[in-house]
Design a protein around this ligand. Structure first.
Ligand SMILES: N[C@@H](CCC(=O)N[C@@H](CS)C(=O)NCC(=O)O)C(=O)O
Length: 379
């Protein structure tokens, strides 16, 4: 029988347009020219086939033609990086590579605060848009329930009356900093996207570049950032305004001046919160005598193991601790482990110059891995 599809065995991406982490994967697949079909979670296969395999309701999930299921935006990217893609996403230069992972952490984890604030604190001004998106993605019956669940995350993300002005100031500063860089370069590390761009695009597309209130701000305040969002979501490398710009990362592990304010911005935001969270996990692991391979929480959908009282730009916030953050940042530690002494010193000095050396968790006697689609402690 003749198949009528354009390709016989497509990849299936389970996700929705307004999902932060689905956006990461969608951008990656489009950049690499990997064909896929996107299905919402309301598709019957998600309940029948995907949910039993991954054990919790979470997106994105990618199903490969051979039936392999991959959950997690980082695991999906890393799968294709191993297989080989036209535009690999990890810079060769170790300083660039470590910094790219730190930016990936900032975008995909720390910026959840900004993303969720702009989505849910302005519900009155964007309700019709959000209701339509959630109903289309999850079905009308589940939409209200999921929307309420998402709003309930705000306190554990440290979104409060006191922190909101700082979150908004932070988003505006980030737009300004990125605008300066993106006037000169198509992507963060040069001529093609890296995991830094993929980490940032999650919040910058799904929430901040798409929901009416922040998207309007982005377009008015920082046209080049909005263009970068378009570029990231387009197929291939979409940079017509950069005539004769090559498709490489900056040569010789160079960090251009225009990235310095970005790293300063990130350092000012992730500390002391990240350090406080790492210390919380140290104590937690010590107290619970956790065995290798034990899931990080009792129930698969539970991501937080507790909370820390910390500061966001000098304002006290209480923030939920997700062991998953170690899963991301350990990949930066792993880069350092591959280097000889002098290269390692050079990279650490580079991180210190940008105030980011403490973003590497370093040896702590435990780590976080993923097994069976779930985060587990590693000893
Ligand atoms: N670490 C995961 C996070 C995925 C994630 O948080 N997905 C959200 C949608 S963007 C989700 O499914 N949330 C369901 C929930 O929290 O109930 C990844 O990178 O894929």
């Amino acid at each position: 029988m003749t198949k009528t599809q354009p390709f016989s065995d497509p990849l299936i991406l389970y996700g929705v347009p307004h999902s932060l982490y689905t956006g990461v994967v969608r951008c990656y697949l489009r950049t690499q020219g990997i064909e896929y079909i996107e299905r919402p979670t309301s598709h019957p296969d998600f309940a029948q086939h995907i949910l039993p395999a991954i054990g919790r309701s979470i997106i994105p999930v990618l199903e490969l033609p051979d039936g392999t299921i991959i959950q997690d935006s980082v695991d999906i990217i890393d799968h294709f990086e191993r297989v080989g893609v036209p535009w690999p996403a990890y810079p060769e230069g170790p300083l660039q590579r470590v910094l790219a992972i730190i930016v990936q952490y900032y975008g995909s984890q720390a910026m959840l605060r900004h993303a969720m604030h702009y989505r849910w604190s302005y519900l009155d001004r964007q309700e019709a848009f959000l209701k339509d998106a959630f109903a289309a993605g999850s079905g009308p019956d589940l939409a209200e329930k999921i929307m309420s669940r998402m709003q309930s995350y705000l306190p554990q993300l440290g979104v409060t009356e006191a922190s909101i002005p700082l979150i908004e100031h932070s988003f505006e500063s980030l737009l300004d900093v990125l605008e300066q860089h993106l006037r000169l370069h198509p992507y963060l590390f040069g001529g093609r996207p890296s995991v830094a761009d993929y980490g940032l695009i999650g919040p910058m597309f799904a929430h901040l570049g798409r929901d009416p209130v922040p998207a309007d701000l982005m377009k008015r305040r920082s046209p080049r950032v909005f263009r970068w969002v378009e570029r990231m979501t387009a197929p291939g490398l979409d940079a017509p305004e950069f005539v004769n710009y090559d498709t490489h990362y900056f040569s010789d592990d160079h960090i251009p001046e225009t990235l310095t304010p970005l790293f300063a911005h990130i350092a000012a935001e992730i500390f002391p919160e990240l350090t406080d969270k790492l210390v919380f996990m140290d104590v937690y692991v010590d107290q619970h005598r956790l065995a290798d391979g034990k899931p990080v929480s009792d129930k698969p959908h539970q991501r937080y193991i507790g909370k820390v009282d910390t500061l966001f730009h000098d304002v006290p916030v209480s923030a939920g601790v997700q062991p998953y953050l170690l899963y991301i940042l350990r990949r930066a530690d792993a880069v350092l482990q591959t280097l000889d002494e002098s290269e390692r010193s050079r990279v650490i000095a580079g991180l210190q110059r940008h105030g980011l050396d403490q973003a590497l968790p370093g040896e702590r006697g435990y780590s976080v891995g993923r097994r069976g689609h779930i985060e587990v402690w590693e000893r």
